[in-house]
Design a protein around this ligand. Sequence first.
Ligand SMILES: Nc1ncnc2c1ncn2[C@@H]1O[C@H](COP(=O)(O)OP(=O)(O)OP(=O)(O)O)[C@@H](O)[C@H]1O
Ligand SMILES: [Mg+2]
Length: 262
Amino acid sequence: MTVVHPNLEVTDAKIRARDVSVFYGAKKAIDEVSIDIPSKYVTAFIGPSGCGKSTFLRALNRMNDTIPSARVEGTIELDGEDIYTSGMDVVQLRARVGMVFQKPNPFPKTIYENIAYGPRIHGLAEGKAELDAIVERSLKRAGLWNEVKDRLTDSGTALSGGQQQRLCIARAIAVDPEVILMDEPCSALDPIATAKIEELIDELRGNYAIVIVTHSMQQAARVSQRTAFFHLGNMVEYGRTSDIFTNPLEERTKDYITGRYG
Ligand SMILES: Nc1ncnc2c1ncn2[C@@H]1O[C@H](COP(=O)(O)OP(=O)(O)OP(=O)(O)O)[C@@H](O)[C@H]1O
Ligand SMILES: [Mg+2]
């Protein structure tokens, strides 16, 4: 059972998960998690290693489909539509619910192509000029344009780690997502690159529902407005970030945020 903070105001759920369990073979990694994730907020998933944060995050855009042993029970709705029905177009779903990973993973293609690829396969641009405009807009929104505008034909992998991660965010943005899932997006970055990504997340949040998994309490406190604490496959507590950090209701949450176990 999850303790939901009483003064968590009711907002429309962009994503509504109900009694979601995720199994790897016979092992249950997520145990009946229910949560409403709103638009225009950053929701942080925190909790000790192995508690199921990435597993649950991946369930939100059916990324677990790529793991043969993984099985999902319960329902997850995006704008009220069940994403696990057999009729769901998973490629389309993953454009609507984009993902940014721990390790920046640009395609081994040019910077331009990294961004243009998605809009092209999703038919979002009518011609070259429109595609160019999407590439420029996406790179600008990701705070990368000024650094790369004169080298769009260089390989994406030739950028620094922090730039690569902003390129991956630009790539996710380029297909007009509604939700952006980020799994420890800064853990491979230095403090300056991390600060840039955190700033970017804050700028972006007005337009998307953003979910970020992080091991850094400071980061969760800085960038998120909602925090969910996971422990051993359970979502123990969910509330406004300020409430979770200043007034945790559950002993396990208190222990975790005060660093008593990690
Ligand atoms: N592909 C997989 N096959 C089998 N078991 C897995 C797989 N991925 C994760 N697990 C198991 O599921 C549980 C939850 O793992 P998960 O990666 O979701 O945790 P996490 O909270 O993201 O941890 P971390 O903070 O270390 O990234 C763990 O026990 C893990 O060993
Ligand atoms: Mg993880």
